[in-house]
Write a protein that binds this ligand. Structure first.
Ligand SMILES: Nc1nc2c(ncn2[C@@H]2O[C@H](COP(=O)(O)OP(=O)(O)OP(=O)(O)O)[C@@H](O)[C@H]2O)c(=O)[nH]1
Ligand SMILES: [Mg+2]
Length: 255
């Protein structure tokens, strides 16, 4: 079954820009940087502002050097290493992201545990991929604008990473978009791919010197949160609390 979900129909788009979000976003920021959260740490809200936290496991998939570790760092607001250091096993990064649900006005903290495994380690050790995919809630499929082969392999990558009718949320991320002028992956091909698969696709690569500038990561994190929440509502068979509509701008979500 396929249903149409308008981007922004469940969570408030660009909420990080509005004044009423400051109190929540300040909990994930420190001066000009994002706060880093260890496995047992969480944002602390005043007792009179109770906020629920929902937990998800996200796997970042893509060939070596495509920018998986860089994306994890980018989403968490950490510095992106200039050199390619191959990830030798599984590394996890915790990202907290506050979201306001459109209809109820309720605020939730999404705790996204990003699982990043070096592609060469994945090939070498058979047990790593099953660990990454065990009870996973979403997969980010990466290609790089500076690596044509990574784009050509995307369909295979998605097929390998998904089971038919699974309920895993899937997003595609094109990395190194800042090198777009030096690549032969055209915008037209990317648009065509998006039309055919119906998967949300994000282009990343802007320089983020100030981690407080949430504008680059907000669309991806909001989209991820929205689809994870939607999937949870379906799984719990509760009525979807937000509006589904059929506009032209809609994205097809397979459920
Ligand atoms: N210009 C630019 N460089 C990037 C971007 N993303 C990643 N890189 C660079 O690409 C190189 C490889 O990135 P990594 O994130 O280490 O690659 P990886 O996918 O984790 O690779 P493995 O761990 O070997 O699987 C690094 O030198 C990064 O700085 C981007 O958006 N723009
Ligand atoms: Mg890596």
């Amino acid at each position: 079954m396929a249903q149409i979900l308008d981007p922004g129909s469940i969570v408030v788009d660009d909420w990080h820009r509005s004044a009423d979000s400051k109190e929540f976003f300040n909990r994930i920021l420190y001066k000009t940087k994002r706060r880093s959260f260890g496995i047992l740490e969480a944002p602390v809200m005043p007792p009179n502002v109770p906020v629920d936290t929902v937990h998800y496991k996200i796997f970042i998939s893509g060939k070596s050097g495509v920018g998986k570790s860089a994306l994890a760092a980018r989403l968490a607001g950490f510095n992106i290493p200039n050199m390619h250091y191959e990830t030798t096993g599984i590394e996890t990064t915790v990202v907290y992201w506050p979201v306001r649900l459109r209809e109820s006005g309720r605020v939730l903290f999404f705790r996204l545990q990003l699982w990043d495994c070096g592609e060469n380690a994945l090939r070498r050790f058979d047990h790593l991929l099953p660990s990454c995919k065990e009870q996973v809630d979403a997969i980010l499929f990466l290609f790089s604008f500076s690596d044509r082969a990574s784009f050509d392999d995307l369909t295979n990558q998605i097929a390998r990473g998904s089971e038919p009718c699974d309920r895993v949320v899937k997003l595609v991320v094109g990395t190194k978009f800042d090198l777009f002028m030096h690549t032969d992956v055209t915008k037209r091909e990317v648009n065509r791919f998006q039309e055919v698969t119906g998967l949300p696709l994000f282009c990343m690569g802007e320089d983020v010197t100030n981690a407080r500038n949430l504008g680059e990561v907000a669309p991806l994190l909001n989209c991820l949160a929205e689809r994870l929440w939607y999937q949870d509502c379906l799984a719990a068979r509760s009525p979807i609390p937000e509006v589904l509509s059929q506009s032209d701008a809609a994205t097809v979500v397979h459920v």
